[in-house]
Design a protein. Structure first.
Length: 93
């Protein structure tokens, strides 16, 4: 089981994204914080300017589309109910 998500934790370059969502990228001095989308399993990257001085903080969870049942569940035709068979002798006069 995964560890609970700590929204206060600062992730650094090279850390694995624990859960897909929107994160704030906070740079050393050259840029204001900004939001980025990070996908679970990817690594947080270095900044081209401040290198490893960038940190990432969870803003809100956003499930990846492959984790959505309606988008990746079984095809609708497999979910349709089959008509029930009639009992022998019923429906005949």
């Amino acid at each position: 089981m995964d560890a609970p998500l700590d929204r206060r934790r600062a992730y650094k370059p090279g850390d694995t994204v624990p859960i897909s969502g929107v994160y704030s990228a906070v740079h050393l001095e050259h840029r204001e914080p900004h939001e980025v989308v990070a996908v679970r399993g990817e690594e947080f990257p270095l900044c081209r300017v401040c290198q490893a001085e960038v940190t990432f903080h969870m803003e809100h969870l956003v499930p990846h589309m492959t984790a959505d049942f309606d988008l990746t569940g079984p095809p609708p035709e497999t979910l349709k109910r089959k008509p029930r068979a009639r009992a022998a002798g019923k429906g005949k006069e």
